[in-house]
Structure formats: structure tokens, C-alpha cells
Design a protein around this ligand. Structure first.
Ligand SMILES: [Zn+2]
Ligand SMILES: [Zn+2]
Length: 142
């Protein structure tokens, strides 16, 4: 699946009447550019380097707006704070319980939906699956 670029997302939001300031655009570009699954605070620190006047409120507003329009995934990483992913396509995540690193894991587990339907009779719309463990560098230390 091809990842969406900022221009296509901005155009689609503009068609819905959503206004984008240069600050909001910088947030979107940062999210599309990184695969580190940053927290809101990390996004804030990055965008602040280009736009010193940006507020944490603007960060949260923009994240909520992108999430509502399905251009952003919000990841609940257990005890660790909420992370954000500019890749909204269905994929899985592996979380290091030592350092908190989040890594993408692309695989086809859609047959789980069919299995869930078979066992429960539900029409499945989506599922969430997070793997927890210890990453390579952390395994070397311990
Ligand atoms: Zn680790
Ligand atoms: Zn991801």
C-alpha cells in the first residue's frame, strides 16, 4: 500500500473545509516523515524548532483532527504514553517494554477477522493487536 503524501492529505482535508496553517502542516509533515511513533510531547518539541510559537494545544487539536479523518493512528502502548503513527494503514506494532521503542510489523493477519466471525457471529470491522517484548539492543544490555 502506498503511503499518502502531505499534499494529497491537505487537499482531501481542504475539500472537507478544514483549514491548514503552516504550523499544522509542519505537524503533518513530521508525522509522515518519521516511523518512530512519537508521543504528542515529542511532536511538540520537533515542530517547536521550526515554529517556536506553536502550542501544545495546537498539537493536540491537529492530532485529533487527523485522527477523526483517518489519517493518523493513535497507539495505546500500555503503561507508556500514547504514541501517534502517520501511517493509518492497518499494520501491527511491537513495543519494547524496557526502552519503549515501537517498531512496525507488517503481516497479513486478516484471517483473524474471519476466525472471530466464525466463533462469535459478529461482523468484524477492525482489530487491534500489539506485541510486547524486549528489543535487540535492550536484550544485549540485560
Ligand atoms: Zn528496548
Ligand atoms: Zn506503525
Amino acid at each position: 500500500m502506498e503511503s499518502k503524501d502531505a499534499i494529497a492529505i491537505l487537499k482531501s482535508l481542504k475539500d472537507k473545509g478544514i483549514r491548514f496553517t503552516p504550523q499544522r502542516q509542519a505537524i503533518l509533515e513530521y508525522l509522515l516523515d518519521t516511523n518512530s511513533h512519537p508521543t504528542a510531547e515529542e511532536i511538540y518539541r520537533q515542530v517547536k524548532e521550526r515554529f517556536p510559537g506553536v502550542s501544545l494545544g495546537t498539537i493536540y487539536n491537529t492530532l485529533n483532527m487527523l485522527k477523526e479523518n483517518n489519517f493518523l493512528l493513535e497507539l495505546d502502548c500500555g503503561e507508556m504514553s500514547t504514541r501517534f503513527d502517520g501511517n493509518a494503514e492497518n499494520h501491527y506494532h511491537v513495543v519494547c517494554r524496557n526502552c519503549g521503542k515501537v517498531v512496525d510489523f507488517h503481516t497479513d493477519l486478516l484471517q483473524l477477522d474471519a476466525l472471530a466471525t466464525e466463533h462469535t457471529g459478529f461482523a468484524i470491522e477492525t482489530h487491534r493487536l500489539v506485541f510486547y517484548g524486549v528489543c535487540g539492543p535492550c536484550r544485549e544490555i540485560h
